[in-house]
Design a protein around this ligand. Structure first.
Ligand code: FES
Length: 159
């Protein structure tokens, strides 16, 4: 019951925000950002709410939600594992690191593990190419990796 009230409060907050920007030029991006801040992600029901409240076709809302990488359609896991697929990392076999993580976590890039602990993502250059191949878990960077390093790293976040 408390959960339903909490969800309703989030919709109320978003609805109030939408009313405050409706009619101004280009409000969709800030509304989507606000929705993500309030809900943590943009699942179908939230996109539908935005579409109805703003009189914007669902296909446009969905288009923005999927085009911009800052928007997540599903809630992210407790830890976000970003595997750099930039050029320097790619040539140093980042794909092997990504495959190892996908195997161990049983999650494809862009997906969250069933227990909600990890979200796996393939990212652009993380800005530390000298350490290639690189992954980043939350704010922590791990570099010069080989697939054999992955088990120990992941285990730190499981406990
Ligand atoms: S290419 Fe991976 S950190 Fe730059």
């Amino acid at each position: 019951m408390a959960e339903a009230a909490e969800v309703q409060a989030k919709y109320d907050e978003l609805g109030t925000y939408i009313q405050s920007v409706k009619g101004k030029p280009g409000p969709l991006m800030p509304v989507m950002q606000k929705a993500q801040d309030v809900f943590g992600s943009l699942p179908f029901e939230v996109q539908e709410f935005i579409s109805m409240q703003m009189d914007i076709p669902m296909v446009d809302v969905y288009g923005v939600a999927t085009f911009y990488s800052q928007f997540a359609l599903e809630p992210k896991g407790k830890h976000v594992v970003g595997v750099c697929m930039g050029t320097a990392c790619y040539v140093r076999k980042a794909e092997g690191i990504l495959n190892e993580l996908a195997d161990q976590l049983q999650a494809a890039p862009g997906m969250t593990t069933a227990d909600g602990l990890f979200t796996l993502e393939a990212t652009r250059c993380l800005g530390c190419c000298g350490l290639a191949p690189v992954i980043m878990i939350d704010d922590q960077v791990y570099g010069r990796l080989v697939p054999e390093d992955i088990t120990d790293i992941i285990n730190k976040y499981k406990s």
